[in-house]
Write a protein that binds this ligand. Structure first.
Ligand SMILES: Cc1cc2nc3c(=O)[nH]c(=O)nc-3n(C[C@H](O)[C@H](O)[C@H](O)COP(=O)(O)OP(=O)(O)OC[C@H]3O[C@@H](n4cnc5c(N)ncnc54)[C@H](O)[C@@H]3O)c2cc1C
Length: 198
């Protein structure tokens, strides 16, 4: 859609990549139900690991370096090699899903096309790293604001252009703020890793 409208997506992409693994743990297991951020985990050769619980299991997010071969970390076979060192032997057969992603901080150049007929919302308009929990949260706020703009335009067509323009400016400004905040979280994590290293 953005391509058809000639609206660019502007921002940055991390050099390193992340491997995410969902692990079933229906009985609750021995692990505490809390988010744990482990800097330089010895079980992964000093790579940082985030563990996030969800109902019926937990997610592991392994932060890989740019030159880490995906076949050593990011395939299901590779995960079965390193995962037991993080969460115990018993979990290796309970892997539900494995995926890889890069940290993206990107925001569309405009949240509406020049004619005001297409409003971008959610991940069509912005991509944030998941660590700040801002992607879906701000996507919902976009959707509410877009619905209000469309409603205003439908009930009083003369207000349409201003309502859509107002939407595009307000939600793009929120996205730029969220992008900056998500970058600050990532920088803080990197700074802490560097200071702990020495
Ligand atoms: C590991 C990870 C953890 C995250 N954690 C959080 C978190 O804790 N908190 C948070 O707020 N956000 C989080 N996010 C971000 C969040 O998941 C996304 O921001 C959110 O799902 C985006 O929703 P969306 O509806 O904009 O896009 P999507 O969820 O991508 O939905 C778009 C839908 O459109 C469909 N589609 C695409 N093209 C077409 C087409 N041509 N025709 C019809 N349908 C089409 C797709 O199939 C899809 O179902 C996380 C993301 C990741 C990767």
């Amino acid at each position: 859609m953005r391509g058809a409208l000639d609206i660019p997506l502007e921002g940055t992409r991390s050099e390193g990549y992340h491997v995410v693994v969902d692990v079933a743990d229906p009985a609750g297991g021995d692990l505490p139900v809390e988010r744990v951020f482990h800097y330089e985990h010895p079980g992964t050769g000093g790579r940082t690991v985030l563990r996030v619980p969800f109902t019926g299991g937990f997610q592991i997010d392994l932060q890989c370096r740019a030159d880490d071969p995906p076949e050593s970390f990011g395939t299901e076979q590779a995960v079965r090699r390193w995962l037991p060192r993080l969460v115990g032997e018993g979990c290796a057969h309970r892997v539900l899903w494995v995926s890889r992603y890069h940290f993206l901080r990107k925001v569309a150049g405009s949240f509406a096309d020049p004619s005001g007929r297409v409003l971008l919302a959610g991940e069509s308009a912005h991509l944030f790293p998941p660590f700040g929990a801002r992607g879906m949260n701000s996507g919902i706020a976009d959707a509410v604001a877009a619905a209000e703009a469309v409603s205003a335009a439908c009930s009083e067509p003369s207000r349409g252009p201003a309502a859509v323009a107002g939407y595009a400016v307000a939600r793009r400004s929120a996205a730029l703020h969220n992008s900056e905040a998500a970058g600050a979280v990532r920088r803080a994590a990197i700074d802490r890793q560097s200071s702990e290293r020495g």
